[in-house]
Design a binder for this molecule. Structure first.
Ligand code: HEC
Length: 308
């Protein structure tokens, strides 16, 4: 069994930087360099001749964002952000498969977490299956098994953390503990553990208590409905199952900020800087209005600052 002790909370979400300084003005990139920068960032390829010849490459952003190269690249990026390592098999990388589907069909980004789908293997092929009982990729069988964890009573702490991380971006670091430490639910009430497991808005044990329970391991693993009725999670929301939990998370401002964090990381390879607060806010506004990831990314790469 994997015993974990988490060392510290690395990052809490997520602040908008209200006071900003004006970025220094710099000469504008010529259109060919702007085209190249856009094509590499969005598709991973050099610009094609039409884009290179464009007198305003940023006017081509919407087409780039609808293309297969962007969709593939962004979905791989999302998968890398949502998982610590690639899945053992492709079907475990459920976020990758559903991200492709959501981007291709220009669905609201929230459908990645709430839409009526599941990622499953059908006729030996990984597919996005329409499923009225689906919860984005979060009820996909292979994903559920991947993150079921090893807790002794089947409490799905790993799943709870993965849901919180994927929706809000919260990052917690867990470390291996010495043998003999009480890692049971009782042990997790100790002062060294309870901050993460019981006493915060992301209290992992409370969040996990509304999820299904793991019974068995390996090939015989199955899931039983949660026991114990509704719980108050996330600073005061009452939920009784995974759907209620994920709905509350997706309706939070942390979710919107994390969308733009993802977009920023994709476009710039880093988090936003303080002086980029106004641009970050415009990204959140565009996402609020249009609900697609494309709207968030477009705000960043259509901004005049991108080709300066
Ligand atoms: C900084 C936050 C934090 C603290 C403090 C913390 N944990 Fe955790 N714990 C986590 C996270 C995050 C996970 C989920 C890890 C993952 O998904 O890989 C976790 C998971 C676990 C699991 C489930 C492992 C599994 O494979 O299912 C156990 C058991 C556990 N912690 C015990 C403890 C104990 C005992 C303590 C105190 C000695 C403790 N934790 C302190 C964050 C914390």
């Amino acid at each position: 069994m994997k015993h974990l002790l988490a060392a510290l909370v690395v990052a809490f979400p997520l602040a908008v930087f209200a006071q900003a300084t004006t970025p220094p003005t710099a000469p504008t990139l010529d259109t060919q360099r702007c085209a190249t920068k856009l094509a590499i960032a969005l598709t991973g390829r050099s610009a094609d001749t039409a884009l290179l010849a464009s007198t305003n490459p940023q006017s081509q952003v919407d087409q780039l964002l609808q293309g297969a190269a962007f969709i593939e690249r962004f979905s791989r990026y999302v998968n890398a952000r949502f998982n610590d390592e690639p899945g053992a098999t492709s079907v475990e990388d459920a976020a990758y498969h559903l991200s492709r589907h959501v981007l291709t069909n220009r669905l609201p980004w929230s459908d990645l977490f709430l839409g009526p789908f599941r990622v499953d293997t059908v006729n030996n092929q990984v597919q996005v299956v329409n499923d009225p009982n689906g919860l984005g990729y979060l009820r996909s069988p292979a994903w559920l098994r991947r993150y079921a964890g090893n807790e002794e009573d089947g409490v799905k702490l790993n799943t709870a953390y993965r849901i919180l991380n994927n929706t809000t971006g919260i990052t917690l670091t867990a470390a291996v503990v010495v043998p003999g430490l009480d890692t049971s639910a009782n042990g997790r009430r100790n002062a060294a553990c309870s901050a993460c497991h019981y006493d915060s808005w992301f209290a992992l044990d409370t969040v996990a208590s509304v999820l299904t329970k793991r019974v068995g391991t390996g090939n015989t693993m199955r899931f039983e409905p949660p026991m114990g009725g509704p719980k108050t999670v996330l600073n005061g929301v009452q939920v009784s199952d995974d759907k209620g939990l994920v709905t509350a998370l997706v309706n939070s401002t942390d979710f919107e900020f994390n969308v733009c964090r993802l977009a920023f990381g994709f476009v710039y390879g880093r988090n936003e800087l303080a002086c980029e607060g106004p641009l970050f806010d415009r990204c959140v506004d565009a996402f609020r209005a249009q609900r697609t990831m494309q709207a968030a990314v477009a705000t960043l790469v259509k901004d005049p600052s991108y080709c300066r």
